[in-house]
Design a protein around this ligand. Structure first.
Ligand SMILES: Cc1cc2nc3c(=O)[nH]c(=O)nc-3n(C[C@H](O)[C@H](O)[C@H](O)COP(=O)(O)O)c2cc1C
Length: 396
């Protein structure tokens, strides 16, 4: 039997195989952030398809952390019934579900928040919204940490098997970790340990908010690809070492911020993407995307080198690898050689919710996804996520 179909323990929770559905914002929530039947159907399909651990799209923990319209929230107790319905549906089909807790930081646009976005520092503007953030004061920092803890408690009440703290992709926690975004001179910045303090406080509070044995995972950027000074694999290894010392149950290794498309390498459907922007921004945005093309070309397993840098500090804590995992043989090699313990995918599951089952039944040896990124462009336009690859219907 392939090592990919062996179970694995994350803290006290048994995951039936090594496949993770990487968090994927669906653009399907109700206006108030609650879970809709469309979202429940999406994850029911994935549970039926035998995905070991399902992580739905990032859930905002605080109204000022909302990054998109039609994003699901976990910011109030009113969200719990919908989240419970989602967890129950996954469980009913033998699946395991982890909720990703997130705060958009300076990438949450003013048009959604009704005010300037929050960030560790006010320097610069977000490259997509062009909004200028405000620097968080001590009270706002502590309030955000508590929002993560309250969200973790709600996740557990709703029946989640695990929680994942979103510390990647340029959102608030990533911003605190990154010397590019964090210019603070107080104890929340100034050094690697200072920049780590926000995540450290969140991990510690989240661990206390859920019972012992509930896995607390972190999705970590290993490469920010910001114009300068961002997180590199070496800095990420330092952070990973500290996370392991804090007792996190697993680390998912990712990369990229709103400065580029490295998170989702592949084609850049410029015409579709710019439609989401005000008309005056489109020509420049289109040009910027064209220039991004070569640096964002698809490459299989594009976070593998970063995973190799981080692996030695993991001390047996599972490493989850995401980003361009497409061929079964590559996944098997990655796990059997001990580079990663679990394989995480987003876009392949949009196209083929039953991909894991197809692998196990010998009906597929690689994902059909061609990383055209039309799913991402749809999400960016607040159109529900599904496979919009031209001329190819979605596989069941
Ligand atoms: C439409 C879309 C939505 C995404 N939403 C999230 C999200 O909510 N949280 C997150 O951590 N990553 C998100 N991602 C990134 C994926 O989790 C994953 O890291 C990335 O797509 C690379 O994996 P892949 O090559 O298997 O698609 C999203 C990606 C796509 C395409």
């Amino acid at each position: 039997m392939s090592c990919l179909f062996e179970s694995i323990m994350l803290a006290d929770v048994k995951i039936k195989n090594r496949f993770v559905h990487a968090a994927t914002h669906e653009a399907m929530a109700a206006d108030d952030g609650s879970i809709t039947d469309d979202i429940v159907r999406r994850y029911t399909r994935l549970a039926k398809g035998d995905v070991g651990l399902i992580i739905p799209g990032h859930l905002y923990v605080h109204p000022l952390g909302r990054a998109h319209n039609r994003q699901s929230g976990i910011h109030t107790d009113a969200m719990i019934p919908g989240l419970k319905k989602l967890a129950d549906a996954v469980h009913a089909h033998g699946g395991t579900i982890g909720f990703q807790l997130a705060h958009g930081g300076r990438q949450s646009p003013r048009r959604i928040l009704g005010q300037a976005p929050l960030a560790p520092s006010s320097r610069g503007r977000d490259p997509v919204s062009l909004n200028k953030p405000v620097s968080m004061d001590e009270h706002q920092i502590l309030e955000s940490i508590e929002a993560f803890a309250a969200a973790a408690k709600r996740a557990h009440q709703a029946g989640a098997d695990a929680v994942q703290i979103h510390a990647a992709h340029g959102y608030l926690i990533n911003e605190f970790l990154s010397p590019y975004f964090n210019h603070r001179k107080d104890s929340w910045g100034g050094s690697e340990a200072g920049r780590f303090r926000f995540l450290e406080a969140i991990v510690t509070r989240v661990q206390k908010a859920v019972p012992d044995g509930v896995p607390v995972l972190v999705k970590l950027n290993t490469n920010d690809f910001t114009p300068r000074n961002g997180i590199t694999p070496d800095l990420a290894a330092t952070y990973a070492k500290w996370l392991v010392e804090l007792g996190v149950a697993a680390i998912e290794v990712s990369c990229g911020t709103y400065y580029g498309f490295q998170t989702i390498r592949g084609d850049i459907p410029g015409a579709e993407l710019v439609r989401a922007l005000p008309a005056w921004m489109r020509p420049v945005a289109r040009l910027k995307m064209k220039m991004q093309g070569p640096a964002n070309r698809f490459k299989e397993a594009y976070n593998l080198d970063a995973a190799l840098t981080i692996r030695p500090v993991m001390k047996g804590v599972p490493l989850i690898l995401v980003g361009g995992m497409r061929r079964l043989s590559q996944m098997e090699k990655t796990v059997s050689r001990g580079v990663a313990d679990m394989i995480s995918m987003s876009r392949p599951f949009i196209r083929e919710p039953s991909l894991v089952r197809r692998f196990s039944e010998g009906k597929a040896t690689e994902a059909a996804c061609i990383s055209c990124n039309r799913c991402f462009a749809a999400m960016f336009n607040t159109i529900p996520v599904r496979c919009y690859q031209k001329g190819r219907p979605q596989n069941g």
